[in-house]
Design a protein around this ligand. Structure first.
Ligand code: SF4
Length: 431
């Protein structure tokens, strides 16, 4: 059967989104077209996430639907990729025999092989010469794959493998292509993005990459995530502070405020080292936007440990806190060696307390933006309102039409805990 339409479903982090965009570009080069209706597809690909149970449950629900669909349409090809797929897929294969291929993150070839006919050479591992098709002024660009850190609760190193940096010139070529095709802002991605370069021959760091990218005339802004405190060197921070195109916007997960929990998580830093890192960022960039991640209810987390996390959040005052309750992930160190001993009710209460604390602090920080002028890149339109982000990563909704991809100078008139609203003063069409 000729395969002409694909349905691609993605859940999880920005890295998964970037992988899906690359796979879509590969399909496009092979003449396939996307459909947003699974029933109309000839091939269905689920790009999954195993970081939280909720994400896995969503994939299982999709697989249940596919089971029914395949009864009606036996020729349908089905692939499951992403972080739910490990080295051994026996259990998944047993539960879901209707799946034709299980592919680990960025293992695109087995999926492509489901399609009959001659295959274009898409460039080997990670498809370095296949670029996502830009569909707006912003794009994700993975720069380092995998992770070497092995935090006890995390499945990523087992699924995405060890840190592997892309050659600097290959990234520059990709971003040059993107910026020549309408992309104005790129987000450089890595599970620990400052690990970039240590495994390359000349050992460039991410600030060297940012410097090269800054020379691309049509590129307006550069973001990067996710940061890992131990990898974030002073040299990198100085680079971020000195390069006008790099946004002062950090995603720097702390995960917990107590040394006991940080050590049990094997995060590789203490509370005071983390505090020092934030102080270093703010000394160089006093107005930087900084977000963080917290896990509550990690095995052994006591009330006193949790209070230390709350104190840390009160004192550091992050722009946003992404909080999740611990859930044991099969295959991780914590799953194998620790008892999930914090009751569900306690986890829920701790989660709620952090959400409340975060909403209050975010509101207070956002209030300081009221009346200020901010420079935003218009990224899209939602509910007929254009939106974009400040250099510090704040989401701003505009009060009047504005063209996507333009730079708008905005006066902030209203602040909520999660976004700002502003009046456009001046619009500049970017090169
Ligand atoms: S740094 Fe830790 S939490 Fe982040 S991807 Fe690596 S192992 Fe997972």
């Amino acid at each position: 059967m000729a395969i002409s339409k694909y349905y691609l479903w993605t859940v999880g982090c920005q890295m998964n989104q970037a992988d899906s965009e690359k796979l879509a570009a590969g399909f496009d080069r092979m003449g396939l077209r996307p459909t947003d209706r699974m029933e109309r597809a000839d091939i269905v690909v689920l790009n999954t996430c195993a970081v939280r149970q909720h994400a896995e449950d969503r994939a299982y629900s999709k697989l249940g639907r596919i089971r029914e669909l395949k009864l009606q349409k036996p020729e349908l090809k089905v692939a499951v990729m992403g972080c739910m797929v490990g080295l051994r897929t026996t259990e998944l294969q047993r539960r879901f025999p209707q799946v034709d291929v299980f592919a680990r993150p960025q293992q695109f070839e087995p999926i492509i092989e489901l399609i009959d006919g001659p295959h274009e050479d898409l460039g080997g591992e990670f498809w370095p010469s296949t670029y996502a098709i830009p569909d707006g002024p912003t794009a994700f660009v993975p720069v380092v794959h995998g992770c070497n850190k092995f935090c006890t609760y995390c499945i990523v190193p087992y699924r995405r493998g060890r840190e592997k940096s892309r050659p600097l010139d290959a990234i520059v070529r990709e971003v040059a292509y993107l910026s020549a095709n309408g992309v104005r802002e790129v987000t450089l991605l890595g599970q620990t993005v400052e690990a970039y370069g240590h495994d390359l021959p000349d050992q460039p760091d991410i600030s060297d990459l940012m410097r090269e990218l800054s020379a691309l005339e049509r590129l307006y802004r550069i973001r990067f995530l996710t940061s890992y405190p131990k990898d974030m060197t002073h040299r990198i921070l100085e680079g971020v502070a000195s390069l006008p195109k790099v946004m002062e916007c950090f995603s720097l997960p702390v995960q917990a405020g107590s040394d006991a929990v940080l050590s049990s998580m094997r995060r590789g830093y203490t509370r005071s080292e983390y505090l020092d890192k934030i102080a270093e960022v703010r000394a160089l960039m006093p107005h930087a936007g900084i977000t963080t991640d917290i896990i509550v209810g990690y095995p052994g987390e006591t009330e006193a440990d949790f209070e230390e996390t709350c104190e840390l959040l009160e004192s550091l005052r992050f722009d946003k806190v992404h909080v999740a309750a611990y859930s044991p992930r099969p295959g991780t160190i914590a799953f194998r060696t620790m008892e999930d001993d914090v009751p569900a009710g306690v986890k829920a209460a701790r989660l709620h307390r952090i959400e409340e604390l975060e909403a209050r602090i975010s509101q207070e920080i956002n209030n300081t933006y009221t009346g200020t002028q901010q420079e935003i890149l218009v990224e899209g339109v939602r509910n007929e309102q254009p939106f974009g982000r400040t250099r510090t990563g704040k989401l701003v909704h505009l009060d009047a039409p504005a063209r996507i991809g333009t730079r708008v100078d905005v006066t902030i008139e209203h602040a909520g805990p999660f976004s700002l609203r502003g009046h456009a003063e001046d619009t500049l069409t970017l090169a």
